[in-house]
Design a protein around this ligand. Structure first.
Ligand code: SF4
Length: 97
């Protein structure tokens, strides 16, 4: 969930190990023990959550997303099938690290 909406769903272990949405990927890495993390490849989640009292146009995660494009700020991404997950993202990760 991000900004009150589902951004990724699927089998828990699969989402944790091979997240396709940039936000869930950042969360799964942030929650791992530091011994298993690499600073060089850690897709941290910078910035702050959106103000939900304001109207959000496009993807709510765009201001915090390194993969954001003009498409992301123009329309809300639909929840689509990406591998074994349902993902709301125009530029999902491929599930590999
Ligand atoms: S739709 Fe765009 S801004 Fe939103 S998570 Fe995907 S790549 Fe990032």
């Amino acid at each position: 969930m991000y900004a009150g909406k589902v951004v990724e769903s699927g089998p828990a272990r699969s989402v944790f190990d091979s997240a396709r949405h940039p936000y869930s990927a950042g969360l799964s890495w942030s929650s791992r023990p530091s011994a298993r993390r690499s600073r060089a490849t850690d897709p941290e989640v910078p910035g702050d959550p959106p103000d939900l009292t304001e109207q959000i146009v496009g993807c709510a995660f765009a201001p915090r997303c390194a993969r954001a494009s003009a498409e992301c700020t123009a329309a809300e991404p639909p929840l689509d099938t990406v591998g074994p997950h349902e993902v709301a993202c125009f530029h999902p990760l491929d599930g590999t690290r």
